[in-house]
Design a binder for this molecule. Structure first.
Ligand SMILES: *Cc1c(COP(=O)(O)O)cnc(C)c1O
Length: 473
């Protein structure tokens, strides 16, 4: 391909992209293909000779697209969102064209400085302490891993990186039973041992019970363990429960435990001053993560990770082989030292585009609107006696289930709701996913897609009611 053909193809594809995003609500939101259906349509060996972009793009449309689940559809109510927006897509396009590898300041000074700047902007936008420092990671999983490894090194006096574990290192890590699975994964990767992750019980609202946390810590200490790290969640994945940060922070300070806050989804709500109560006490914590790639209209991947003190983080990850030595070292941020990856994408660009193009007010308006739609949906559920809400609605996620007149049997209710969600997703009109709260099979309605409207929500509710009625029980 030459420059002329690239230009022609790029224009065609931009037109396709604009059409796609404008009409994405007309696709079956959840891909309806069977396992191997895509794989079996494609040649099992790569082509000997190059193919034209026209042929390749036709296969993208005919073969690949049917196997895509449309996360940008306003009828996508599943999981947590992975939103994009026009300014974000434009930023990603330029990032791809530059193709810079932003491992350190010298490999693209603007990327490093824009990353520092946008992280400072996010601190101001969310009310995080101004003295903290931020870095963009690929995911909340990586951010949490970085936090747990830093906590491990701090607690061991930086000896585990050096010498590995010894028998005296008996660390314990704490979270609630509703904490995201990425914490368990990080504990395993960090070599701490899954059995040393203590999952503390909940209050009635599915938030961590701080008394139970302190009890677990005291008991562990009595048994010769060293409490090392605690992960609190603001907006749990199942039900967006909010762990009581202030109480947890006080306990962590008392026992000198690293407190990491996982606000992967709900951190975006901190853009609204009325939600800042959630981070009361944060100055006592050590690290915080939220994902602009979830609810802040910035393409995956973009996870904003903040630390109170960057020294433990840098001491944990720093490496300095001869071929990475630069004369600016120490005067600038070399972000390769701030996490696992050496090579890094220029992710700050799309974030900068999003923040500038929406403005703080534009972002706030959208987030408030999503929360309002959440309240609207919750009211619809409440008004219908054949449905019930199963967890407090803090944001725009509604946990609910179908509970037809007279049906009390737990197993039958669980089977019924499982069937309901399967039938709903088969229609291709909406996409919902589930969780389990206690033993209850629970439907989750997440109203957070960038362009979701009241009409999308109302149509979804109508379809849910009709589909529930049509279940043969
Ligand atoms: C989504 C989510 C994660 C994982 O996010 P990734 O960026 O996909 O790693 C972690 N914690 C919580 C609370 C989440 O909702």
């Amino acid at each position: 391909m030459d420059a002329k053909e690239f230009r022609r193809q790029a224009h065609l594809m931009v037109d396709w992209m604009a059409d796609y995003l404008e009409t994405v609500d007309q696709y079956p939101v959840k891909s309806q293909v069977e396992p191997r259906q895509i794989f079996n349509q494609l040649p099992s060996s790569p082509p000997e000779k190059g193919e034209s972009m026209n042929t390749i793009f036709k296969d993208f449309q005919d073969v690949i697209l049917p196997g895509i689940t449309h996360w940008q559809s306003p009828n996508f109510f599943a999981y947590f969102p992975s939103n994009n927006s026009y300014p974000s897509v434009l930023g990603e396009m330029l990032t791809a064209a530059l193709g810079s590898q932003c491992m350190m300041w010298e490999t693209s000074p603007a990327a490093a400085e824009l990353e520092e700047l946008t992280m400072n902007w996010l601190k101001q936008m969310t009310g995080l302490p101004s003295s903290w420092e931020g870095v963009i990671q690929d995911s909340a999983s990586s951010s949490t891993l970085a936090a747990i490894l830093s906590a491990r090194e701090r607690a061991s006096g930086f000896t585990i990186n050096d010498q590995g574990f010894t028998s005296k290192d008996k660390f314990r890590i704490y979270c609630s039973t509703e904490t995201h699975s990425s914490v368990e994964k990080a504990v395993k990767i960090a070599g701490l041992g899954r059995t040393n992750l203590k999952k503390v019980g909940l209050d009635k609202q599915y938030a961590l019970n701080p008394e139970a946390l302190e009890q677990a810590i005291v008991q562990d200490m009595a048994n010769g363990f060293s409490p090392m790290c605690m992960i609190a969640t603001l907006g749990t994945t199942s039900s967006t429960a909010i762990d009581p940060l202030e109480k947890i922070a006080a306990i962590c300070n008392k026992y000198n435990i690293w407190l990491h806050i996982d606000a992967a989804f709900a951190g975006t709500a901190l853009l609204l001053p009325e939600y800042r109560w959630m981070i009361k006490g944060i100055e006592k914590a050590n690290s915080f993560v939220f994902n602009p790639h979830k609810w802040m209209f910035t393409n995956f991947d973009c996870s904003a990770f903040f630390v109170k003190d960057k020294e433990p983080l840098l001491r944990t990850f720093e490496i300095l082989p001869e071929y990475l030595r630069t004369s600016t070292r120490g005067k600038v941020n070399d972000y390769r030292d701030w996490g696992v990856q050496l090579g890094r994408r220029f992710r700050a660009l799309k974030l900068w585009f999003v923040i500038r193009n929406f403005g703080i007010e534009g972002l706030q308006e959208k987030i408030r609107f999503h929360i309002k739609l959440g309240q609207h949906f919750a009211q619809l559920v409440e008004k219908n006696t054949e449905f019930e809400i199963l967890a407090p609605v803090h944001f725009n996620v509604i946990c609910f289930r179908y509970i037809p007149e007279g049906e009390k049997d737990m197993d039958r209710l669980n089977a019924l709701n499982e069937l309901l969600i399967r039938n709903l997703n088969k229609t291709g009109k909406i996409y919902l996913t589930h969780t389990r709260l206690g033993s209850k099979y629970t439907l989750r309605m997440v109203i957070a897609q960038t362009n979701v409207t009241k009409q999308n929500v109302d149509s979804a509710w109508k379809l849910i009611c009709e589909t529930a009625k049509s279940l043969n029980i």
